[in-house]
Design a protein around this ligand. Structure first.
Ligand SMILES: C/C=C(\C)C(=O)SCCNC(=O)CCNC(=O)[C@H](O)C(C)(C)COP(=O)(O)OP(=O)(O)OC[C@H]1O[C@@H](n2cnc3c(N)ncnc32)[C@H](O)[C@@H]1OP(=O)(O)O
Length: 719
């Protein structure tokens, strides 16, 4: 899967052939070994250009091969043979040169890149390090600080930055291969002594120890328990402190540890899961590859609160004309200012001009008459939304899609308020909507294939990871969050503190524990929902019935805090205390601790010692159990959809793969056994009762996650 031809009389042109990204599969590696050998031994060939087919240099090692038995030549000796060869080798980089792709290019003596190319060593994002000598060559080429930055973050750099850093020798706007061939003709016959990066001494910055300590501290802080970034620092340190061959050996050892870690498997699973959700399907038979989205040049956002502002910005940044509607004057004034600030900051970050002219504002809902798609982001109240959908149905042009940004309400009910329910879907964004990558596209019973396809495509255009999900209370993300939060409340009743619960979850890898998160998003949000559900009963201060609602265990702790005006960060008090309303730094609050003691005393609850293991098992397994119910109900098409939603929308640590992948890693039988144990201890908590799909999976031998769909399919065919 690599071909050699001779061009311009004396240049050997090697073309990697493995679409779509020319990943370095065993066949491609063998092809490179063979063609390089041929080119080096052919007296007609004076210099060589290596390029990739179809405008992509190389996307790196073939990730699909990672879980399989290694066959074919190894990358390190293959790249070494290129570097050690006695004819100049020039990498012609178009599209991407990532991971093993860039390492291959670093083995070449020269690199020419197209101005639109992207280069990087993203192995860390797959739980690995650049172990085809990338961790040893890159610091020798561009210095330790820059190499540390690229290798520990995995970020892709533009060709311009690569030139500035010294990764490439030339950038062109013209045909890359033609330019590289000319380059190869020019350097033919020249000495290669100064071009073999592995022979370069690694620049040793002053204060080397301090630099690495600082780098280590930084990655430990941001890695949230991921081990690959730490190993990356160690590998670069080896480059800076050891001779090349010893550094290479250290790279190999570190890689072996990472490769066999569950984290690498989890991160590689996430890579493919993120792509799998794009191949969506619905129970009605609608599919990504057979449905046709309609173009959406003009959209409207209704309601310019926090969510509406973010959505308007995200749409404008995608290039759509946006009509932003807000009926309250004060809110409109604040929104205009906030939106223009967001657009300016976004433009500055991306190095482009702000797109303020893309948004027009109106206080009149009739302004949406000619748009192709409306996203409603008004107050989370069914009566308000019902009325709005009735109005939209009358105002909008025929065929316009009506989307709701509700985070939990019934999309079918909203659709029933319109003349064309097939044009209604949910587009559930996450705050801040112009930043967060996740979008849940909620199809209702009557949503047309075209409506789902259009919302999915718009999400993709907006740079979102869009997941198609069915309609139910809370959809996927928020439905699973409910039992998780509920367990956290129960743990407080039983003797835990917010600090203990949050610490356990943050050590697990969540960006924020449940109580810090609740303080950030506002306790009043859940309070309003519980009120709407008829769960809040302020009169019931004590006695056993105070902790039972609608026939099941209920914790009124959140309601009690709200009754005290403790809404979290915005009021300066919640589960923690803050320096002032709007403060960000959570501090332990003695008031809260004595409040909890008083609460337990009032309800005859005796505090017991609760450890991190119990916090994790109860909170996470309750959430996972709900995930199995969601699969059983057909609300998510597969476990990947749930995992992507949790990783991109809920701060689930990516190196743990998502809740469903994590359940598989822990062992489904263990998850089942612990749920049974906790349900026995808390029979009044239905969320702890193991889902029958989990039982069925365990009974069928706990198949690997990619086989779950078969079990689910069988289950559905029996229903
Ligand atoms: C040791 C480890 C070493 C030496 C490594 O090299 S590890 C691999 C390092 N490389 C990467 O991490 C790059 C991964 N790929 C990407 O970032 C992107 O795919 C891309 C920037 C190269 C292209 O992006 P895009 O154009 O948006 O396309 P997709 O991401 O959708 O990918 C298209 C299909 O190609 C599959 N793919 C991509 N890269 C690889 C790979 N390295 N190995 C195997 N398969 C790869 C990807 O899954 C898509 O497949 P489908 O989903 O369409 O089936």
């Amino acid at each position: 899967m690599a071909q050699l031809s001779i061009v311009s009389g004396s240049v050997g042109l090697i073309t990697l052939q493995n679409p779509p990204v020319n990943a370095l599969s065993a066949a491609v590696r063998q092809g490179i070994v063979d063609t390089v050998e041929k080119a080096l031994s052919d007296p007609k060939v004076k210099s060589v250009v290596i390029r990739g087919q179809n405008g992509v240099f190389c996307g790196g090692a073939d990730i699909k091969e990672f879980g399989t038995k290694m066959t074919g030549p190894h990358l390190i000796p293959m790249i070494h043979a290129i570097e050690a060869g006695n004819k100049p080798m020039v990498a012609a980089i178009e599209g991407s040169a990532l991971g093993g792709g860039l390492e291959l290019a670093l083995g070449c003596h020269y690199r020419v890149a197209h101005s639109k190319a992207r280069l990087g060593l993203p192995e860390v994002t797959l739980g690995l390090l650049p172990a085809a000598a990338g961790s040893q060559r890159l610091p020798r080429l561009i210095g330790v600080p820059a190499a540390l930055n690229l290798i520990t973050t995995g970020r892709h750099v533009t060709a311009a930055e690569a030139l500035q850093l010294g990764i490439v020798d030339q950038v062109t706007d013209h045909d890359t291969v033609d330019t590289a061939v000319k380059f190869a003709l020019n350097v033919a016959g020249q000495s290669l002594d100064a071009r073999r990066i592995s022979t370069f001494p690694c620049p040793r910055p002053a204060e080397l120890d301090a630099l690495f300590e600082d780098a280590m501290q930084k990655v430990r802080k941001s890695a949230r328990g991921a081990i690959a970034p730490v190993a990356c620092v160690q590998a670069v340190r080896a480059a800076a402190t050891l001779p090349y061959a010893e550094g290479l050996e250290r790279e190999r050892e570190l890689m072996a540890t990472l490769f066999n870690s569950g984290q690498a498997r989890a991160l590689q699973y996430c890579f493919f899961a993120q792509r799998a959700v794009g191949r969506w399907s619905t129970p009605s038979g609608a599919r990504w590859d057979t449905s046709k989205p309609v173009p959406v040049p003009k959209a409207a956002v209704i309601g310019l609160g926090t969510m509406g502002r973010g959505i308007a910005v995200a749409l404008a940044q995608t290039g759509l004309s946006v009509v932003a509607v807000e009926t309250q004057e004060k809110q409109m004034m604040e929104a205009k200012q906030a939106v223009s600030g967001m657009l300016e900051r976004g433009a500055k970050r991306r190095g482009v001009a702000p797109v303020s002219d893309k948004i027009s504002y109106s206080g009149n809902i009739r302004a949406v008459a000619d748009v192709d798609l409306v996203i409603e982001a008004v107050f989370e109240d069914m009566a308000v939304k019902e009325k709005l959908f009735q109005q939209l149905s009358a105002i909008c042009k025929p065929g316009a899609l009506l989307c709701t940004n509700t985070s939990a309400l019934d999309v079918d009910h909203l659709a029933s308020q319109t003349r064309n329910p097939e044009l209604v879907v949910g587009m559930h964004f996450f705050a801040p909507a112009h930043v967060m990558k996740l979008l849940e596209v909620v199809y209702g019973r009557r949503s047309s294939t075209q409506a789902v396809a259009t919302a999915m495509q718009l999400g993709k255009k907006m740079g979102k990871v869009s997941v198609a999900v069915g309609n139910c209370r809370g959809f996927v993300g928020n439905r699973m969050l409910k039992p998780y939060i509920e367990q956290a409340f129960y743990l407080l009743e039983e003797g835990a503190t917010p600090e203990l619960v949050d610490r356990a979850l943050e050590e697990f890898g969540f960006s924020m524990g449940v109580f810090r998160m609740s303080d950030l998003s506002g306790l009043d949000v859940g309070w309003r929902v519980r009120k709407g559900d008829g769960l809040v009963e302020p009169g019931l201060a004590s006695g056993p019935s105070a902790r039972v609602r609608q026939g099941r265990r209920y914790s009124p702790l959140g309601d009690l805090l709200c009754e005290q005006g403790r809404f979290g960060q915005k009021t300066g008090r919640g589960w923690y205390q803050y320096e002032k309303p709007g403060g960000r730094v959570a501090r332990s609050d003695p008031w809260l601790h004595s409040f909890l003691e008083g609460y337990r005393a009032r309800h005859g609850l005796v505090a017991r010692r609760i450890d991190h293991e119990e916090v994790l098992e109860r909170c996470l397994y309750a959430l996972i159990n709900e995930g199995f119910h969601i699969l059983e109900d057909g609300i998510a098409a597969g476990p990947e959809d749930i995992d992507v939603i949790y990783v991109f929308g809920y701060g689930w640590p990516r190196h743990r793969g998502g809740p469903m992948f994590y359940a598989g890693m822990v062992g489904l039988a263990k998850v089942l056994e612990r749920l049974e144990h906790y349900h026995q201890a808390h029979p009044d908590v239905p969320h702890l009762q193991p889902c029958s799909l989990l039982r069925r999976l365990v009974a069928s031998g706990s198949p690997p996650i990619h086989k779950w769909r078969e079990v689910i399919r069988k289950l559905h065919s029996h229903l």
